[in-house]
Design a protein around this ligand. Sequence first.
Ligand SMILES: NC(=O)c1ccc[n+]([C@@H]2O[C@H](COP(=O)([O-])OP(=O)(O)OC[C@H]3O[C@@H](n4cnc5c(N)ncnc54)[C@H](OP(=O)(O)O)[C@@H]3O)[C@@H](O)[C@H]2O)c1
Length: 248
Amino acid sequence: MKMTGNTILITGGASGIGRGLAEAFHRLGNQVIVAGRRKDYLDAVTQANPGMRAIELDVTDQESIAEASAQVLRDFPSLNVLINNAGVMALDNPAEPVDDRMLVDSVATNFLGPIRLTSALVEHLKSQSAATIVNVTSGMGFVPFAIGAVYSASKAALHSWTMTLRYQLEGSTVKVVELAPPWVRTDLLNSNEAEGAMPRAEFIAESMALLATGADEVLVDRVRRIRANPGPNEAAYFQEFNDMMLKG
Ligand SMILES: NC(=O)c1ccc[n+]([C@@H]2O[C@H](COP(=O)([O-])OP(=O)(O)OC[C@H]3O[C@@H](n4cnc5c(N)ncnc54)[C@H](OP(=O)(O)O)[C@@H]3O)[C@@H](O)[C@H]2O)c1
């Protein structure tokens, strides 16, 4: 994708990967709008990055999506990039009774949210001369994590939906990109200090370089084996990955 001169809406842009992408695009001279629920986090990002804007948004709430998308289109009619980054991850065990609130919240945030926000903005994006939709999935959409079952499934679903979106937008002005991170040091699962997770700055730098190449899938080196897993050996690597993560 073109890396400068865009007007970019990033959900979950006030922390972690979203904030990293927001600040990297801001430094390149793009108009960036970060969106999320916590106003204090949004304020902290805009104060640290003069010119960046913020909007309160709960991607699990249809009304909030309708209001925020209308406001963005009113205030930023040049909007041409949507980054569906907001996500939540809870640990669970599919072999035990499921916590229904966790189930509904995970699916509403990670899967319904990107679909609903894309739906609210897609006609506008199609009217732009060059637009991009980036959906942030996860390596766990390709190798499910046995203690993050609902999360992994929600990301696999978003991967599937992203493929159909790309297919249907072929020949339009809208490019569809899937960004599938490996484990990265962020607040997600309190991973900021995790040795095994990729440092956030390295992840952002590698991802920005890959975004600039125009690739359909943004896959940093660390996630490529996981991305390549589905296929005849899927079950074997699923077992190996989970044994490594959970049994040491
Ligand atoms: N870190 C990793 O290891 C990793 C690996 C693979 C994929 N990912 C994906 O990367 C994305 C970003 O995660 P992160 O690691 O940067 O974690 P993070 O710092 O916890 O960021 C998640 C962001 O999503 C926002 N969010 C959550 N629920 C929301 C809602 N209902 N409405 C609007 N915004 C909401 C949060 O803001 P508010 O709480 O203020 O709303 C927060 O800014 C997620 O989709 C995650 O699944 C992360």
